[in-house]
Design a protein around this ligand. Structure first.
Ligand code: ADP
Ligand code: MG
Length: 242
């Protein structure tokens, strides 16, 4: 204690913790540190999710994000998430996944803020261009995932699934992803950002979009036919020219 509370969250379990420590050694983790606003007792975390908790760890002298499978998680290992994150990484999307064991995944540590907070912090000359560029970057990442039929599955809540490192968006948490099903990354992210999500009205105002009808029409067209042409037409409704 208190580290057992993190290692086998939410129930301390010494036997499980011993097995997990062995995995950490195999993964080359030399240090775990507890900084961050989210807390378990007095220990700070990078974040907490429904199936895992994330802490800072050191491997080869480099700081990484260590995703720990919760002891009460409704999935048997981290391997599937590791595999799917790797698929996204191969097209240049997502926080990079380095390695995994049954109960852990080591990832690139992305330090930043939620996308809505980031948008709100942008002001002054050039605001529209910057916000537009960020949306363009994020939609391009979603487009890449659509093209390989990797559906993230949770982009309806970008607040939790995108971390902004400066103006660069990183998609995280491929835990609910799937390959082969109809990918809805572009449509889901755009719907959140521009139509019905929390930041939508602010984003439309900043971009000078008076009505979302043309955007919605373009999204419907893209949904029917995910062609390059329809993707470009969608971008055009946001004032993005390619
Ligand atoms: N690679 C990362 N870098 C920095 N923070 C991360 C990273 N991955 C996850 N987090 C943080 O940890 C939280 C929980 O991670 P998440 O992947 O959403 O877990 P879960 O699969 O349990 O939903 C996230 O909301 C985020 O704040
Ligand atoms: Mg999650």
């Amino acid at each position: 204690m208190p580290y057992l509370q993190v290692l086998t969250y939410p129930r301390p379990n010494l036997t499980v913790a011993r097995a997990r420590l062995k995995q950490l050694q195999k993964l080359g983790v030399t240090h775990v540190s507890f900084g961050g606003r989210t807390k378990i007792g007095r220990l700070g975390l990078v974040g907490i999710g429904t199936v895992s908790i994330v802490v800072r760890a050191t491997v080869d002298g480099e700081e990484r994000a260590l995703k720990i499978r919760r002891y009460d998680a409704n999935r048997s290992s981290m391997y599937e998430e590791y595999r799917l994150t790797g698929v996204a990484n191969r097209v240049g999307v997502g926080a990079y996944a380095y390695s995994a064991s049954r109960d852990f995944m080591l990832m690139q540590l992305v330090e930043g803020e939620e996308i809505e907070d980031h948008f709100r912090a942008i002001r002054g000359v050039g605001t529209r261009g910057r916000v537009r560029e960020i949306i363009h970057r994020l939609l391009n990442q979603c487009r890449k995932l659509d093209l390989i039929a990797l559906d993230h599955g949770q982009l309806s809540d970008l607040r939790k699934h995108v971390i902004m490192a400066g103006d660069e968006p990183y998609i995280i948490d491929f835990e609910s992803s799937g390959i082969g099903r109809t990918p809805k990354n572009v449509t889901t992210a755009a719907q959140h950002l521009l139509i019905g999500g929390r930041p939508a009205s602010m984003v439309r105002r900043v971009l000078g979009i008076k009505s979302y009808e043309p955007v919605l029409d373009a999204l419907k067209r893209y949904k029917r036919d995910m062609s390059d042409e329809n993707y470009v037409l969608l971008l055009n409704t946001l004032g993005i020219t390619t």
